[in-house]
Design a binder for this molecule. Structure first.
Ligand code: Z5A
Length: 233
């Protein structure tokens, strides 16, 4: 069990961020955009370029956060309401950042994360959670550990849902929502990209996989100054 002193140390670590040597790249967007596929491709490419890479996901990435993932995606937390689910996503994220992401960045690793804070803004935001609550939860969960680059994989909702359906046995808690909610989430992701262009790059994910991979590599190489070792898409 962690002590009060451990908690205070973690709070201090969140508040006072030294310039960290690693990089945090997040993949965001609606269902079926290819986040997992493209994250793994980028991880391989970066490894070939000599970068130490950690691939992870949200909700999840640590045993506690994976347990929260199972609970929330099963729909078991639905009766808590959208605010309650937002709190659970934030709790999972705090553990993920404290135990995996921040230590990796401090070592100088590059962390590639499948969904992060923008998913709470889009999914819980579209479900009606007040933006002030979302921002407060974000501060508590991540402190100063913010993405260096966010790739938003954008595509029409219908294409994304049909891709996700072809991959899954059944829709989870969020995939099963009406198309209108999916459209609102897409609009929020695009609004985030407009508001934070220095952090976000929107990639047209309706294109073939290799074209999407090439667009992502171009964004990473340009914005984070990685030199490609090979250029095989
Ligand atoms: N959630 C939330 O509400 N709040 C939060 O704060 C967070 C999350 C962090 C996590 O689900 C759920 O939690 C998520 C939001 C919510 N909602 N849902 N559902 P998840 O992690 O289990 O699933 P996901 O993130 O939604 O994954 P996905 O959208 O289903 O898939 P994807 O990772 O974007 O795509 P993929 O698995 O790489 O590809 C899907 C299929 O499409 C697969 O068969 C691929 O081979 C195919 N594919 C990929 N790219 C292409 C291209 N370019 N062309 C054709 N086919 C392709």
């Amino acid at each position: 069990m962690s002590s009060a002193a451990d908690t205070i140390d973690r709070d201090r670590a969140r508040a006072a961020r030294p310039r960290r040597p690693g990089r945090l790249i997040t993949f965001e967007g609606g269902e079926g955009g290819g986040k997992t596929t493209q994250l793994l491709r980028l991880a391989e490419r970066l490894k070939k370029a000599g970068v130490a890479v950690i691939a992870t996901r949200e909700p999840g990435g640590t045993p506690l956060a994976e347990a929260i993932r199972k609970f929330v995606l099963s729909g078991a937390a639905r009766s808590l309401g959208a605010e309650g689910e937002a709190i659970l996503f934030a709790a999972a994220r705090a553990d993920h950042v404290d135990r995996l992401i921040r230590p990796a960045l401090d070592r100088g690793d590059w962390v590639l994360c499948d969904r992060f804070t923008d998913s709470t803004r889009a999914y819980q935001g579209a479900a009606g959670v007040d933006p002030g609550i979302i921002r407060a939860l974000e501060r508590v969960a991540v402190g100063q550990t913010r993405p260096d680059l966010t790739i938003i994989l954008d595509l029409p909702v219908e294409i994304g849902l049909s891709r996700a359906a072809s991959r899954n046995a059944g829709a989870d808690r969020f995939e099963a929502d009406p198309a209108d909610i999916h459209r609102q989430r897409r609009a929020i992701f695009l609004a985030i990209a407009r508001q934070e262009p220095e952090r976000c790059v929107v990639v047209d994910a309706s294109r073939p996989e290799s074209e999407v991979t090439a667009a992502i590599w171009q964004a990473v190489a340009e914005r984070l100054a990685v030199r490609p070792v090979r250029n095989d898409g």
